[in-house]
Design a protein around this ligand. Structure first.
Ligand code: FAD
Length: 574
């Protein structure tokens, strides 16, 4: 290891979005040495892009709200596949985490009484989303970053982790490289927390940015940790569809939360047919499928979407409540949303599945390895409600940071096995040495096309089997990938490793989607269109690295009676 630059920490956090920063703050407050690594500049994580808000049952606007109602909504939204304990902890602790954020300097929109204002969102019974216009994530990341940096986190920016290091069965640190210079770097740590976010870049149309290639899930899988619920990929109903260069960019659900109406090309408010009760504020899986069906049945807009209209609201209200959306459409599509409708369609947005963790501590099956935020599975089950991610980051980021610090305090400094590092270095440098073989870009775009057309909103056995064959071929092409130039500022070389992660995750998603022979939440099988409660509600699909990718049907955790009753209580129970 002495060949490479080395950094020592008690707790190493991979990923500097909301989950990573909240974990870092908690670990620091326990008095341990904390480092945080991120692929881009600090502050540029996905979290900063979050628009609509943070869900927390504060009951500031709807006084009947409480954690029980939030728990119930989350479980129903997730079609009861959620880890009930995570859903309970999340609903319980979210209000405290939001108040804490406020104490640390976050400025939320206010009610007339000066409380934090809350807005309506799909699947939430009450007005529950604390927000800052449509720029909530920016305020959240700014607040967490200020606090974390002041407390003394060591930050390693523009650095990609490519391998987790182990000492026997337990975690020993991570290996990666500086993106600018291509130099290798070793982090020795007693605990590692994975907070690397989602996987959207494996699909063609996505709201996700270049960073979201499923690295953390692939790192954990390769180190021997389980993945779970990988078949549940959320397609957000409303991404931009026109012009082509901006396809997929998110149109926040807050547009519908503030009264936006969806119509097809005939002017029909089509949600009346799909969910007459909740209309536009139905859950995301339902609205995405409805738009997709309208387009497929030839009732879509000119560019293959639906119309989303908020122009019936006063112009100054729209500009105040949705300032980013107003500018986004004016600048990117030349559409003034205070006067005309937007054109929208589904976009790959969020990963419900991820690394399997313990509810209380966020620890994976590997001692010392933790995961939180979008990279972890469990809280959202088969479908996430809007706003439940930002609260997830705070609640489970904090829990992961705490448990990681405690684990580090009770552990000896691990030994790093340099043969693991040398094997990774060999693999990373091989693309420079090949004399033939293709570059990574075409492989990536073929993967995106495969996932988009065969593992999208509607799935069937035939498509999924074809997708698996395609992924096999893409893996073979990726094994012969060739990169020109040197390690200096080389985006093609960066993509090679991202591709490695995306292919692993794409395979896990496709295999899990094949295994779940029912339709539940975000997973819709044309060949198995109904819920199969006898099996579906009782099993999570777990992906395990047993030399080859192996699937296990794991029984869903038993829920205590008092929570079961809580779910049955409401007359609107599904
Ligand atoms: P991220 O914020 O995604 O951060 C991941 C971090 O990991 C980054 O720092 C990245 O650089 C780093 N990383 C990744 N791979 C590596 C690697 N190999 N090595 C080193 N570092 C790595 N949710 C809500 O609840 N409410 C909303 O209003 C909302 N709006 C959204 C709007 C948009 C446009 C999008 C895309 C998402 C939105 N979401 C919303 C979802 C939510 O923002 C994300 O799920 C959440 O921010 C994920 O946070 P995270 O901390 O898990 O990861």
């Amino acid at each position: 290891t002495s060949k490479y630059e080395i950094h020592e920490h008690d707790v190493l956090i991979i990923g500097a979005g909301g989950a990573g920063l909240r974990a870092a703050i908690e670990a620091l407050s326990q008095g341990v040495r904390v480092g945080i690594v991120c692929k881009s500049l600090l502050g540029k994580a996905h979290t900063v892009m979050a628009e609509g808000g943070i869900a927390a049952a504060m009951a500031n606007v709807d006084t009947s709200d409480d954690w029980r109602a939030h728990f119930r909504d989350t479980m129903r939204g997730g079609k009861f596949l959620n880890n009930w304990r995570m859903a309970q902890l999340h609903a319980h602790e979210a209000p405290e985490r939001v108040r804490e954020l406020e104490q640390w300097g976050a400025l939320f929109d206010r009610t007339e009484n000066g409380d934090i204002l809350q807005r309506a969102f799909g699947g939430h019974t009450f007005k529950r989303l604390c927000h800052v216009g449509d720029r909530t994530g920016l305020e959240m990341i700014r607040t967490l970053q200020d606090r974390g940096v002041h407390m003394g986190i060591d930050v390693y920016m523009e650095c990609t982790v490519t391998r987790l290091l182990k000492d026997g069965g337990r975690i020993a640190g991570a290996f990666g490289y500086w993106r600018e210079q291509g130099r290798f770097v070793v982090f020795r740590a007693k605990s590692v927390v994975i907070c690397t976010g989602g996987i959207g870049k494996a699909w063609k149309i996505t709201s996700n940015s270049w960073e979201y290639t499923g690295d953390g899930m692939a790192l954990a899988y390769e180190a021997g940790a389980d993945l779970m619920d990988m078949e549940f990929v959320q397609f957000h109903p409303t991404g931009m569809v026109w012009p082509p260069g901006v396809q997929g960019i998110l149109v926040t659900e807050a547009v519908r939360g503030e009264g936006g109406i969806l119509r097809n090309k005939n002017g029909e408010r089509f949600m009346e047919r799909y969910d007459p009760k909740k209309l536009e504020l139905s859950t995301r899986d339902v609205v995405a499928r409805s738009i997709y069906t309208e387009v497929r049945e030839d009732r879509g807009t000119e560019h293959g979407g639906a119309f989303l209209d908020i122009s019936h609201k006063p112009a100054d209200y729209v500009k105040r409540k949705l300032p980013s959306m107003y500018h986004q459409f004016l600048e990117l599509a030349d559409v003034d949303i205070t006067r005309e409708p937007m054109e929208v369609g589904p976009t790959c947005h969020y990963m419900m599945g991820g690394i399997r963790v313990d509810a209380e501590t966020a620890q994976t099956s590997i001692p010392g390895l933790f995961a939180a935020g979008e990279a972890a599975a469990g809280l959202h089950g088969a479908n996430r409600l809007g706003g439940n991610s930002l609260s997830d980051l705070l609640v489970f980021g904090r829990r992961a940071g705490l448990a990681a610090a405690e684990h580090a305090r009770g552990s000896e400094t691990p030994t790093i096995d340099s043969s693991h590092i040398e094997a990774t270095v060999g693999q990373m440098l091989a693309p420079f040495e090949r004399l033939d073989g293709e570059g990574p870009y075409a492989i990536h775009s073929d993967l995106q096309a495969t996932m988009q057309s065969l593992v999208g909103i509607f799935r069937c056995e035939e498509d999924l089997r074809r997708a698996l064959l395609e992924i096999e071929t893409l893996k073979e092409r990726a094994a012969r990938v060739r990169v020109e130039g040197s390690r200096l500022f080389n985006p093609g070389w960066h993509l090679v490793w991202d591709l490695h992660s995306m292919l692993t995750i794409a395979e896990a998603v496709t295999r899990s989607a094949l295994a779940r022979r029912e339709s539940r939440g975000a997973h819709s099988r044309i060949d198995y269109p109904a819920l199969d409660d006898a099996w579906g509600k009782k099993h999570n699909v777990v992906v395990r690295n047993a030399g080859t990718m192996t699937l296990i049907e794991a029984p869903v955790l038993e829920m205590p009676d008092e929570l079961r009753q809580l779910l049955a209580e409401d007359s609107g129970a599904k």
